[in-house]
Design a binder for this molecule. Structure first.
Ligand SMILES: Cc1ncc(COP(=O)(O)O)c(C=O)c1O
Length: 372
């Protein structure tokens, strides 16, 4: 049977698969009548830290704040430069700007799409204070090379793990690879809330404590504000939902990997199409299944016409965004990121998709290339 329509995401399918547990969790919070910084957040923080293999997790309002607050907690701000890959969600860089620091955009590796360690090293200057490698599309960045350079220059390494919950690098889960990591639990992420949510994880107790203060107005004791903090708290309902979903995360990631393998088997050898790289020592979690083709726009239109939704991650390198025009990056400054921006197309890969649906997309992509 041919599926009528294939969405990029279908969070209703996910909800239906765990409906009663989610409903019970929400009811538990509502019955308790305690909605901000309570039992659920506390427990989720312990569970999420353990999952990531670190000692501390601090729940915050969203992934952007997780990056911003981790940088601020590490003392990074005005006058500092923070190295960011040019191919990522612009929110990675916006968080750096929100902390008062200046993002320095660096090109990505042509195949992997993550921060190029050599370009990173070349961009380090006297004001560089930190680097934010992004585990793009669920594939961990080349952390061994990045950490080596960062350690030589005493830079803070803050992983942006917003797209890579549960991914492994040389056997270790992302989140525990650098000095700290930021997660987003935006609804469509591998682990997603029913609204905005995020977390900072770290092994550093002082950094965790500082994020804890900053997220809650800088208060250690209610009514006494030690720091110029903000309001960015993970709320109880979201934490309760995340606790339910966490129990399914490994199974869902496994499902994403088998759907990705199905795409690979079906699309392999298709002329004009580049499939996602699978670097050695990496266990990716396929937040999206991102292919590359010079015929990207035509393929996207063709698929849309047949009821198959796709995404573009991302249509513009962050260094070329209007919001960063004041930094003066010219076209060609980050060629791999720019090429990716005009050739990448993300296909649906959420865990509740069936092999039949993947096969349908594969058939259509093959038809598109066969008639060219
Ligand atoms: C790589 C990356 N970094 C940061 C963010 C920002 O997360 P949030 O939307 O939760 O603020 C996102 C998600 O949009 C992301 O994909």
């Amino acid at each position: 049977m041919t599926p009528a329509r294939i969405p990029m995401r279908d969070l209703k399918r996910e909800y239906n698969s765990i409906r009663s547990a989610i409903d019970d969790a929400i009811e538990r919070v509502v019955e308790r009548g305690w909605f901000i910084l309570g039992e659920e957040v506390k427990r989720f923080e312990v569970e999420w830290a353990a999952y990531c293999g670190v000692s501390h997790a601090v729940g915050v309002g969203n992934g952007t704040d997780a990056i911003q607050l981790a940088l601020r907690a590490a003392g990074i701000g005005p006058g500092d430069q923070v190295i960011v890959p040019a191919l990522t969600s612009a929110f990675t860089a916006l968080a750096v700007s929100m902390a008062g620091a200046t993002p320095v955009f660096v090109d990505v590796d042509a195949e992997r799409g993550t921060l190029d360690p050599e370009a990173f090293e070349a961009a380090i200057g006297p004001q560089t204070a930190a680097v934010v490698p992004v585990h793009l599309y669920g594939c961990p960045a080349d952390m061994a090379a990045i950490l080596k350079v960062a350690r030589q220059h005493s830079l803070l390494v803050l992983e942006d793990a917003a797209q890579a919950h549960g991914a492994r690098y040389q056997g270790k889960r992302v989140g525990g690879l650098g000095d700290a990591a930021a997660f987003s639990f935006y609804p469509s992420k591998n682990l997603g809330a029913f609204g905005d949510a995020g977390a900072v994880v770290t092994r550093d107790p002082a950094l965790a404590q500082k994020v804890r203060l900053l997220r809650h107005g800088g208060q250690r004791q209610s009514g006494y504000h030690e720091l110029l903090g903000t309001n960015s708290r993970l709320d109880e309902i979201q934490a309760a939902i995340l606790r339910v979903k966490l129990a399914h995360l490994d199974r869902w990631n496994e499902q994403r990997r088998s759907l990705a393998a199905r795409y690979r088997a079906g699309l392999g050898g298709c002329d004009g199409l580049v499939l996602p790289a699978t670097p050695e020592g990496v266990e990716p979690v396929y937040y999206v299944y991102t292919i590359r083709t010079a015929l990207r726009d035509g393929l996207r239109d063709y698929l849309a016409g047949t009821g198959v939704s796709t995404g573009i991650h991302y249509p513009l390198g962050v260094h070329r965004q209007e919001a960063y025009s004041h930094l003066g990056y010219e076209a060609g400054a980050c060629p791999n990121a720019e090429k990716a921006a005009s050739t990448t197309l993300s296909l649906a890969v959420f865990p509740q998709l069936s092999f039949g649906e993947i096969d349908h997309v594969v058939r259509l992509v093959r038809i598109f290339f066969a008639v060219r």
